[in-house]
Write a new protein. Structure first.
Length: 261
C-alpha cells in the first residue's frame, strides 16, 4: 500500500493507493453517511478525484438506517432457543439471524443462513462488533440501494466519477479465516472479465472472470480492521474499472450453481 505525499494528484497506471479516511464521526440512526464522508474529507484536506473508489464498512450504513436492535427488543422464539442451547450460541443473536434469513442452511456447529438479499453467511451477518452496548447490528436491508444513494450524493457534491463498495467481513466454507467482501456496490461493475486478453505467453484467455468488488473490499481490510481501529471508510485510487449493470447482489451463486448442495 502506498501513502501519497500529495493525495489530490492522480496516480500513474502502475500505482494503486489505499488511504484510510481518518476522523469519521460515530454514526447514529438518521445520520447521513454521505454527508459524514464529505465533512471528513474537508477536514482532512482530501479531494475525491475521478475514478476514486470509496469503500465503506456496512456497520455505519446499518447504523444510519436504523438497523440496530437492542437486547430488550428481542423476544426469543422456541426454535431460536433450541438452536442456541444445542450449540452454546447467544440466543438473541440466533433469533435475529433467523428473522433476517429466508433459509437456514446449517444449524449444527454453526448457524449458516441465506439472508433475504441472497447472501450466504454466518448468523445472517448479525454481529455485536462495533455495536452500541447490549445491541446488535444487522446488515442493510438493501446494500446495493444504500450504495446507490451514497454514490448519488457524493457525485452531486463533488462532480467526480466515483464507485462505492459496502463491505462486510465474512468467513468462507473452503478456507479458514475471514475476509472482507462486497455486499453492496454502485458505480462499478461487480465483475471484470479478461476473456480475449493474452497471457504472458501469448495465449488468448477463453474464460476469466474476476470478482473485482470482492478484491477491492479485501484490499481495504488491512486499514479498516475488525476491532477498534475506527476506520470505516477507505479510498482506493488508481484502480481502473468500468461501470455496468452488475452489482454485488449478482455475486452470490444461485442454488442451481451452488457447488456445495
Amino acid at each position: 500500500m502506498q501513502i501519497l505525499e500529495d493525495r489530490d494528484k492522480p496516480l500513474s497506471k502502475q500505482s494503486i493507493s489505499i488511504m484510510a479516511l481518518l476522523g469519521v464521526p460515530i454514526i447514529e440512526h438518521g445520520d447521513d453517511v454521505a454527508d459524514a464522508i464529505l465533512k471528513t474529507l474537508e477536514t482532512s484536506n482530501i479531494q475525491l478525484l475521478d475514478d476514486d473508489l470509496v469503500i465503506i464498512a456496512h456497520t455505519i450504513v446499518s447504523k444510519s438506517e436504523g438497523r440496530v436492535v437492542h437486547v430488550d427488543e428481542v423476544l426469543i422464539s422456541g426454535r431460536a432457543r433450541e438452536i442456541a442451547d444445542q450449540n452454546g450460541f447467544d440466543p438473541v443473536q440466533v433469533e435475529l439471524a433467523l428473522r433476517e434469513s429466508k433459509e437456514v442452511i446449517r444449524s449444527e456447529g454453526a448457524l449458516i443462513t441465506e439472508t433475504k438479499t441472497g447472501i450466504v453467511c454466518n448468523f445472517s451477518g448479525v454481529d455485536r462488533s462495533n455495536a452500541p452496548e447490549d445491541s446488535y447490528v444487522l446488515l442493510p436491508e438493501n446494500p446495493d440501494r444504500s450504495a446507490r444513494n451514497i454514490l448519488r450524493k457524493l457525485t452531486n457534491a463533488t462532480g467526480a466519477r466515483l464507485g462505492i463498495i459496502i463491505t462486510d467481513t465474512q468467513g468462507r466454507p473452503w478456507r479458514k479465516g475471514s475476509v472482507n467482501l462486497a455486499i453492496g456496490s454502485a458505480g462499478i461493475n461487480a465483475f471484470k472479465r479478461n476473456r480475449g486478453k493474452q497471457d504472458l505467453y501469448g495465449r488468448t484467455l477463453r474464460s476469466s472472470t474476476v470478482c473485482q468488488v470482492d478484491e477491492l473490499a479485501a484490499s481495504a481490510e488491512p486499514l479498516m480492521g475488525q476491532a477498534d481501529e475506527g476506520v470505516p471508510i477507505v479510498i482506493i485510487r488508481g484502480y481502473e474499472y468500468e461501470d455496468g449493470s452488475e452489482r454485488s447482489s449478482d455475486v452470490p451463486r444461485p442454488k442451481s450453481e451452488d457447488l456445495f448442495r
